[in-house]
Design a protein around this ligand. Sequence first.
Ligand code: SAH
Length: 510
Amino acid sequence: MTDKTGMVYLIGAGPGDPGLLTIKAKECIESADVVVYDYLASPLLLEYARTDAQIIYVGKKGGDHTLTQDKINLLLVDKAKQGLSVARLKGGDPFVFGRGGEEAQLLLERGVQYEVIPGVTSAISAPAYAGIPITHRDHTSFVSFITGHENPDKKDSSMQWDVFAKSNATLVFLMGVKNLGNIVKNLVANGKPADTPVALVRWGTTSQQQTVTGSLETIVEKVRTAKLKSPAIIVVGHVVNLRKELAWFDKKPLFGRRIVITRARAQASGLVSQLTKMGAHCLEIPTIRIIPSEDTAPLKTAIDNIKDYDWLVLTSVNGVKFFFDTLFDMGKDVRALGHLKFACIGPVTKERLGDYGIIGDILPETYRAESVIDAFSGIEMQGKKVLLPRAKVARTILPEELTRMGAIVDEVTAYETILSDEGKEQLISMLTDKEIDAVTFTSSSTVSNFMSLLESQNAADLLKNVTIASIGPITSDTARSFGIKPDIEAIPYTIPGLVDGLLAYYEKQE
Ligand code: SAH
């Protein structure tokens, strides 16, 4: 016996949009020793898990790596009996067609403690994201949640088709896509008018959401034409007509656009969250990883001698981060920098510097020579000592221009950018299958690294009809040097500029 008592949390993980997780569920995932999840729960939620948590995928219904329900139950019991806290993530709500009831019964039987954390069920949220209120005073006074999975040949069926057909209830079927033909047939055979509106919402609340509407008469054919597959919610009833008026999610400007983000994972989240808010489906293909410099001595020496410097020039958010990390690691704080003047390249670098309570004195917009000369014009740099912490491989314009102005420049390596091929296979297969609408490049190194991921593949062919979005002229030049022509160039040369560029581009396409 361990002295710690194990616990299983049956958690509703919501329908897909990670924002629809409850606060209680998030807290549970954050503290769990073991996280068990299946294909209906968004893998994004795993990011809340502790880095040392065991993450167990119990598979997709009918998939290769499926654990049977019995095995899942045993796994939960086993982990809890080891004294561990287990977060069992279930799509939507655990007690709405989620077999959460069976899991709880077994846990009870085996003497394992459990708690249930309800979730936002797809039965209401998928329709809501399609602009369909499942109740509305003008149309319906009640709602039924119905399994669409029941074998149509089952004797003693509990499906009361006559009741469903005669009521004015909104009928919400889960797990019904394969059985759609039978559902429609039974409703019509029991007297439901053939012109009753029907909607199917697939992967509701996610950026892959797809909606098909029709009537009992037309829906089967429409779904076949649209090749719509599971998982989807089927809504039958007059409230479906409200979608014409109330659709909102699929009207987002980048809805359905599949956009590749080629950034170091740690930096990608700003771009991903902005594009996702606009409705885009973002695929993060990290091409680079940023790591501290192997040799930290030069930066440490510079910081030890910081009193000798007049200027600190920061060229990127990574430069800012690694400079301050090292400063703090050395037991110093910002008071050591009080005598310095600060220059930072680009507004984002300035903002990050601001996070440390420091206002940049000078702000060249870009790395370009004119931009640097402009920013320093009227400032006496003769004989001034400049510290320039930056990436291992970096452009030379900045130190050259400063030296020309008479400054004494110390370049020290603060961090390194290394190649990452984490997403290589996924990228190549999606490009081959024409599943990508756009690729974004946020620096020259993302371009060259992206191209090295494609390696021997015919890049020009793979990128045909793919929109290329670049963060600025230098990145665009690098792209062109690889034979890729950017369709979009950000103005200003920032992440918000890039998002605006994509918005304007797709607006024009419509
Ligand atoms: N407990 C879940 C339902 C599990 S049954 C919940 O509360 O949502 C599985 C069925 O749920 C699928 O066949 C499909 O009908 C529905 N479903 C789950 N997630 C969905 C989503 N994002 N969009 C549409 N339907 C979904």
